[in-house]
Design a protein around this ligand. Structure first.
Ligand code: SF4
Ligand code: SF4
Length: 85
């Protein structure tokens, strides 16, 4: 069976820096690194190792501001199915 992977897009200017996504990620790749501040003055998360994303969607489901979009695909074939909180 092909391995499920994910790709996360962050709408950085929608983020309010609450950190819920960083807690929800089972592989701990959503982090605050202090490198950026958005137009609202909040710090959005950064994805440290995108290749480790499993596409589980936990981060997008937890985000209270729908700032995250997770695309799921397999190592064999792109899957157009898109999960958005
Ligand atoms: S989709 Fe899952 S594994 Fe990927 S960043 Fe979000 S919580 Fe982490
Ligand atoms: S859960 Fe949403 S609003 Fe909160 S830090 Fe993550 S992306 Fe930003």
């Amino acid at each position: 069976m092909a391995e499920l992977k994910g790709r996360v897009r962050i709408a950085t200017n929608v983020c309010k820096g609450c950190g819920l996504c960083t807690v929800a990620c089972p592989v701990d790749i959503m982090v605050f690194n202090g490198n950026s501040v958005n137009l609202k003055g909040y710090q959005p998360p950064t994805i440290t190792e995108p290749a480790k994303c499993t596409g589980c969607g936990n981060c997008a489901q937890m985000c209270p501001d729908s700032a995250l979009t997770v695309e799921r695909f397999t190592s064999k074939k792109e899957d157009p199915a898109c999960l958005k909180a």
